[in-house]
Design a protein around this ligand. Structure first.
Ligand code: CP
Length: 320
């Protein structure tokens, strides 16, 4: 594998899942694969889980790791070509990318949607510039439209906890005070659509996701109806995708908060969220603290998803 930005890059999903379960049995079994190889992780946005789990996965494989927080201690980067650089950004990404690439073998990038222009966000300009100009394998640590390391960890978690071959999985919008990108729900939908699960998306009117990610999912505007018989509830907030409201918060209606009464409509569903989560906005304390909540093992599986991806990238380097 060269680059990893979406589910298709991983190849056969069942094989990738088997690899994840093998790594989980002994995460140090490939501890020399990354010897003398350096991973550079570049963050344009904050992170707790992605930063730590990806670094740990790289260390399990014997890699060296470097972390750059672009907005803390590095020169501010201009990303637009043709701009007269007389503002507060002293360095251009087009020089910074090859310079950074000269110090490493693999690059991870986190660069969220900017919410200035939907077409630009959905063109994935920043991560694609890294792919185009670095000459290194590049993987997404959450880009403008997708968060594939999270979705892979979500899938591993569902496979571990499912008790039926074809579980009902419900992605539900939930309220949040700030505008959040669509990357996590887009990506989750993309990965769920790559399985044969019964996959349902529920949200208030106006929060329709890009059709390319919704795919064959059932869209149900009645949250209570969507929850009926669910085996997994995956809660997430996202801002509006549809124009002219792209990136806007259209509702903070706490009637959509996941609570015990709603979970009682399900088939004793497990509760999932990618974290960080705003308690009593997205989900009530009692649901996230219940024995059906699997948010902690879900987050722990971020190390496993990252390790499968890095292993495949390292094997691709060796094959060259
Ligand atoms: N879920 C997730 O990506 O968490 P962080 O933003 O903390 O990395």
């Amino acid at each position: 594998m060269r680059n990893f930005t979406c589910v298709q890059d991983l190849g056969d999903l069942n094989e990738a899942l088997q690899e994840a379960f093998e790594i989980k049995k002994d995460r140090f079994q490939f501890s020399t694969l990354g010897k003398n190889k350096t991973l550079l992780m570049i963050f344009f946005n904050s992170s707790l889980r992605t930063r730590l789990s990806t670094q740990k996965a790289a260390m399990n494989l014997g890699m060296n790791t470097m972390v750059l927080d672009v907005n803390q201690g590095a020169w501010k980067l201009e990303t637009e070509r043709g701009v007269i650089m007389d503002g507060d950004k002293p360095e251009h990404l087009l020089e910074a990318i090859p310079v950074m690439a000269s110090y490493c073998d693999v690059i991870g990038v986190r660069a969220f949607a900017l919410f200035e222009n939907r077409d630009e966000d959905y063109s994935e300009k920043i991560i694609n510039q890294f792919i185009q100009y670095s000459g290194r394998p590049v993987f997404s640590m959450e880009a403008a439209t997708r968060h594939p390391l999270q979705s892979f960890a979500d899938l591993i978690t569902i496979e571990e906890y499912k008790t039926t071959p074809r579980p009902k999985v419900v992605l539900t919008w939930a309220p949040h005070p700030k505008a959040l990108p669509q990357a996590v729900p887009n990506s989750f939908a993309e990965w769920m659509n790559a399985t044969d699960y019964d996959f349902v998306i529920t949200h208030p009117k106006g929060y329709e996701l890009d059709a390319q990610f919704v795919g064959n999912a059932t869209v149900e505007y009645d949250q209570a109806k969507a929850f009926e018989g669910a085996d997994f509830i995956y809660a997430k907030n996202w801002s509006a995708f549809q124009e002219p409201h792209y990136g806007e918060v259209l509702s903070t209606d706490r009637a959509w908060t996941v609570d015990t009464a709603k979970m009682a409509l399900t088939n004793n569903a497990h509760f999932m969220h990618c974290l960080p989560v705003r308690r009593n906005m997205i989900v009530t304390d009692d649901v996230i603290e219940s024995d059906r909540s699997i948010v902690i093992p879900e987050a722990a599986n971020r190390e496993i998803s990252a390790q499968v991806v890095l292993k495949k990238i390292l094997e691709g380097l060796d094959a060259k």
